[in-house]
Every structure is written in C-alpha cells, then in structure tokens.
Unconditional design. Structure first.
Length: 119
C-alpha cells in the first residue's frame, strides 16, 4: 500500500520559515521523481518544486531563492524548506511521487498539509 504523508504545515507570519516533510512508504523512493504542489483557495493546483531521482531540482519562478527541495533516500522522505514566506504562499501543499515500474509510470499523492501565511 502506497502512502505519502505530509507534515509541517502551520500558520506563520510573513517573512517566517517552515519546513514541510513527506514521509513515504510502499514505493521504491530512490527511483521516483518527487514534487511539491500547492493549491490556494479558488485556484488551480500548481507545481512548486521537483527533484528527480538524480537530485536535479526545479522551482516555480515565484519561489526561487526562497524554497529548497531535498530528499533523503535513506529515510524515504521528501522535504521543502520554505523561507521568506509571503501571504501568496498560503495554500495546501501536496507531495507527489512519479514512479516507473516495469515501463508504467504511476503518480501518487499525499493528502496535503495547510500552510497559512499572515501579514
């Protein structure tokens, strides 16, 4: 059974920092490309950051220089360090795993964790 469990969401003031975690099980974590997405109220879900199995990263323009994605393949856990948070960062943050098994790509999602940034 595949499980992705996010944690670390909280309410913070603008300028603050948070670190999100995504603990995974049931997947071969080290071989999966991982990502953080977010969905703000009334908006579509958007990709925030990705990290592939080789550690290569990408970021949404609006979070570059403020957010850092990382992974611990020994702990099967994905992280997102968020600094200089803005009110626009308020959203539910989801982690996602894209895993390739026998030529078939599967995507798994966590349930999300709420991040609220107040001014």
């Amino acid at each position: 059974q595949v499980q992705l469990v996010e944690s670390g969401g909280d309410s913070v003031q603008a300028g603050g920092s948070l670190t999100l975690s995504c603990a995974t099980s049931g997947i071969i974590f080290s071989t999966c490309d991982m990502a953080w997405h977010r969905q703000a109220p009334g908006k579509e879900r958007e990709m925030v950051s990705t990290i592939d199995e080789y550690g290569r990263t990408s970021y949404l323009d609006g979070v570059k220089g403020r957010f850092t994605i990382s992974r611990d393949n020994n702990q099967n856990t994905l992280y997102l360090q968020m600094t200089s948070l803005k009110t626009d960062d308020t959203a539910v943050y989801f982690c996602a795993a894209q895993c390739l098994y026998f030529g078939v790509q599967k995507t798994y999602w966590g349930q999300g964790t709420q991040v609220t940034v107040s001014s």
